[in-house]
Write a protein that binds this ligand. Structure first.
Ligand code: ZN
Length: 412
């Protein structure tokens, strides 16, 4: 089937994004629109108005996820869903998530004004609490409807003020019905900023996301002996911090052995953390990422051997606990092919890449053929008020999304 090479309305999309930027601004050019906050409610209200103006059938589910459905010829058939999230980090950017939701709306507007009928229904989605900044963990809206988290678990999560997810949802009046959850999904496509530097550095416009990198988190506890810094000779010490420091260097160096492996020690606690006392205990975290699950776990096994050797030499005890294991999510080749085809038709530069961060698409991949389109983040900056994606790339990303929807929903 030949698709018409329709394009989005650049000015309208940029204007829609601008309205979003004015709701919950952080004051430094970024955003502070935490999930289920007053700012989030204001944004949701306007978004719902926009969906209705576009003639969509609007539903809210019991996690506050918002759907706008455009009928298809086979209206009882599965839908092609597009969207992302409108919530932000407390000092977040104007594009993370927002681009995917508002571009999805723009796709609908273009289909409408061109009288395009699709075989399958198209649904725009705004997922609740993707960021996890107010209610942790992240991706609760998508995780809830796909059965990755139970409703009781999600409703019971509290923010720093002790307000539960359920309370917050009721307070902003976005607690809908369980019947409104999306269930019959053919495809889910999420347009998102890369949040990393690869596309920007390579000067490539479209990232065809292959999947979401697996990610394991560990806590390492090193126990030595606390003692006075004055009288204790160097050779008699069992300094937990010195041992932990050597280990942290190894965590970094293991990445030389496995291409594409990323490791981070982001958190260190020293006990007693006093100037003139030899540290008796150190805890640090290891975040380890690679798209190949086997390579990642083998690298960690090797790292464990190296850390044990350091512990032995330093006469300290070592305990490693697993906090989190998440396997790599692979995206659908049907969606990846459609993205590639769209980029080719428009003549946009493109490349395959993996996503480091998680996204709603990760959970949606469990229930439908899913994929993601990345556009460049200038200097790879995200979760930051300086986050920027240039207008040309916004337009091109949305054009690709439009084309992918036309193809997968079988536009005629
Ligand atoms: Zn996001």
């Amino acid at each position: 089937m030949e698709n018409t090479l329709l394009k989005v309305n650049r000015e309208r999309l940029l204007e829609t994004l601008k309205v979003s930027s004015s709701i919950g601004p952080s004051g430094n050019g970024g955003m502070n629109r935490l999930a289920l906050s007053d700012a989030d409610k204001n944004m949701r209200d306007i978004f719902v108005d926009w969906l209705k103006e576009a003639g969509l059938d609007v539903r809210i589910d019991d996690f506050g996820n918002i759907y706008g459905r455009r009928k298809g010829k086979r209206n009882d058939g599965p839908s092609v869903a597009i969207g992302s999230h409108l919530d932000t980090q407390p000092c977040g950017g104007k594009y993370d998530g927002i681009l995917g939701v508002l571009s999805a709306l723009e796709v609908i507007r273009v289909l409408n004004e061109n009288d395009i009928e699709t075989e399958y229904p198209v649904e725009v989605i705004n997922f609740t609490n993707e960021e996890g900044a107010r209610f942790s963990p992240p991706m609760l809206g998508s995780g809830g409807i796909t059965g990755n988290f139970s409703k009781d678990f999600i409703y019971g999560i509290k923010d720093d003020e002790g307000i539960s997810f359920e309370q917050a949802l009721n307070e902003i009046n976005y607690s809908g019905s369980i019947q409104n959850r999306i269930t019959n999904v053919k495809n889910f496509i999420e347009l998102h900023i890369e949040q990393g530097p690869i596309l920007h550095e390579k000067d490539i416009t479209i990232g065809i996301v292959q999947g979401i990198q697996g990610n394991d988190l560990y806590t390492v506890k090193v126990t030595g002996k606390t003692n006075h810094a004055g009288p204790t000779p160097m050779e008699n010490r069992r300094d937990a911090l010195v041992a932990a420091s050597k280990m942290i260097v190894k965590v970094n160096e293991i990445t030389d052995e496995v291409q594409g492996l990323k490791t981070t020690v982001g958190k260190v606690n020293v006990t007693p953390n006093v100037t003139n006392v030899i540290p008796g205990e150190v805890e640090f975290t290891i975040d380890i990422r690679h798209e190949d699950n086997d390579l990642r776990s083998h690298a960690f096994e090797r790292l464990k051997e190296q850390l044990s050797a350091i512990a032995l030499m330093s006469e300290v005890e070592l305990t490693i606990t697993t906090d989190w294991n998440s396997e790599t999510t692979l995206f659908s080749s049907v969606v990846k092919d459609a993205i590639q085809e769209a980029a080719d038709e428009f003549g946009y530069s493109k490349m395959d890449l993996f996503s480091g961060p998680g996204h709603d698409a990760k959970y949606m991949a469990g229930v439908s053929d899913t994929g993601m389109i990345f556009v460049p983040s200038v200097d790879g900056i995200s979760h930051n008020e300086q986050e920027l994606t240039i207008d040309d790339d916004i337009e091109k990303g949305a054009n690709v999304l439009l084309h992918v929807v036309q193809k997968l929903a079988e536009a005629k």
